[in-house]
Ligand binder design. Structure first.
Ligand SMILES: [Mn+2]
Length: 318
C-alpha cells in the first residue's frame, strides 16, 4: 500500500527535503512544518525550503527552521505537499527534480501525479487533513506542535471550518482541543488578522467590484502598481476573492491579481457559493483546484482576461 511505501522511503532516506507551492498559504505552511516535525519524531532531519512566506505564519512552531535555499546537491527523498503541479515549485523545483525519490502528498483534484509515489485525496479539505490519517497510520503521535501546524492548514483551507469540511475535521479539532491546542488563537492569527496593506488592497478591490449576470458574478482585480502603492507584501491579497463570494446573490466571485510585469499576466482566482464548478472553468485555462475554489494564470491585459473568464463562467451558470 502507498502509505507503507511512504514510511519505508522516509525511514530509508538520509537527506530529506520538504517543498510546497509558491505563494504558500496556511495549508502549504502547515503541511510542510507538520511533516518536518513528524520526521523529527522519527529521529530524522528534514529540510523545509520555502523562499518567501507571509509574516502572519510566524506563530507556527518550527517556522525559524525554514530555509531559503540549501547546499545539498542531491536529496535522497523530496516530499511535495499541497502542490498540484510540479511546475509550481518554481525556482526551487531543482531540489525536487534531482531527488532520488519523489513523494507527492496533496488534496487537489487537478494533481498531475508528478511523483514516484503519489498520495492524493481530493475529498480531503486540506493537505493537512490528509496528514492526520497518515501520521496515525505511521503511529506518529500528533503532539501539540504537530497539531498546531495541522489545524492551521485546515482552518485556512476551509475558510474557518466553512467549506469542504468532513466529519473527521471536527473529530480532529476536538481531539486537539482536548490536548490543549489553542484553536481560537490559530483562528485569529492565521485567518482573522490582516495587515494594514491587506486592508488597503481590499479597499481598492472592493471599490472596483462589478456585478454581471444579474448579480450572480462578482468581478474585481488588483495590479502590481496597487500593491506598490500600499507597500504590500506576499499574501496581502489573500481573501479579496472571498469578499465577492460573500455578497448575497453572488454565485461566482472572480479576482484577478497581476503577477510580475515581465510575464504581463494575471493570476485568476475563482470562488463559487453553491453549484458552479469553478475548477472546470480554471482547467479550461490550464489551471485547476477544487469545485468551490480554483485558480489559473493567464497572459494578457486585465480587460482581455476579464472578458475571457466572465464568458466562461457565464456558460457554467446556465
Ligand atoms: Mn491546500
Amino acid at each position: 500500500m502507498t502509505l507503507d511505501n511512504i514510511i519505508e522511503e522516509i525511514k530509508k532516506a538520509e537527506k530529506i527535503v520538504i517543498l510546497t507551492h509558491e505563494l504558500p498559504d496556511g495549508d502549504a505552511m502547515g503541511s510542510s512544518l507538520a511533516m518536518m516535525h513528524a520526521i523529527d519524531s522519527l529521529n530524522k532531519k528534514a529540510d523545509v525550503i520555502i523562499p518567501e512566506y507571509s509574516s502572519c505564519f510566524n506563530f507556527l512552531p518550527g517556522i525559524d527552521e525554514i530555509k531559503k535555499e540549501s547546499n545539498v546537491e542531491k536529496y535522497d527523498l523530496a516530499i511535495a505537499v499541497d502542490c498540484a503541479d510540479g511546475k509550481i515549485l518554481k525556482g526551487y523545483d531543482k531540489y525536487f527534480k534531482k531527488a532520488k525519490m519523489k513523494i507527492v502528498i496533496d488534496h487537489h483534484g487537478s494533481n498531475k501525479m508528478y511523483g514516484d509515489i503519489n498520495f492524493v485525496n481530493p475529498a480531503s479539505p486540506a493537505c493537512c487533513q490528509i496528514l492526520v490519517g497518515m501520521f496515525e497510520y505511521f503511529e506518529i503521535e500528533i503532539t501539540k506542535t504537530i497539531g498546531t501546524c495541522i489545524i492551521t492548514g485546515i482552518i485556512t483551507d476551509t475558510g474557518g471550518f466553512d467549506y469542504n469540511v468532513i466529519p473527521e475535521t471536527f473529530d480532529f479539532a476536538a481531539m486537539l482541543l482536548r490536548k490543549g491546542v489553542k484553536i481560537s488563537e490559530v483562528y485569529k492569527k492565521a485567518l482573522k488578522t490582516v495587515s494594514k496593506a491587506s486592508f488597503e488592497l481590499n479597499k481598492i478591490a472592493n471599490d472596483r467590484l462589478e456585478f454581471f449576470e444579474n448579480g450572480k458574478i462578482a468581478y474585481t482585480y488588483i495590479t502590481e502598481e496597487d500593491e506598490k502603492n500600499v507597500n504590500a507584501s506576499i499574501g496581502d491579497h489573500e481573501g479579496i476573492v472571498d469578499n465577492g463570494r460573500n455578497i448575497e446573490g453572488v454565485e461566482v466571485s472572480i479576482f484577478l491579481h497581476q503577477i510580475n510585469g515581465k510575464t504581463n499576466g494575471y493570476k485568476i482566482s475563482l470562488r463559487s457559493k453553491d453549484y458552479v464548478n469553478v475548477s472546470d472553468v480554471c482547467i479550461m485555462f490550464g489551471g485547476g483546484g477544487h469545485p468551490r475554489a480554483a485558480g489559473a494564470f493567464l497572459i494578457g491585459s486585465e480587460k482581455q482576461i476579464k472578458e475571457k473568464v466572465i464568458a466562461e463562467v457565464k456558460k457554467q451558470l446556465k
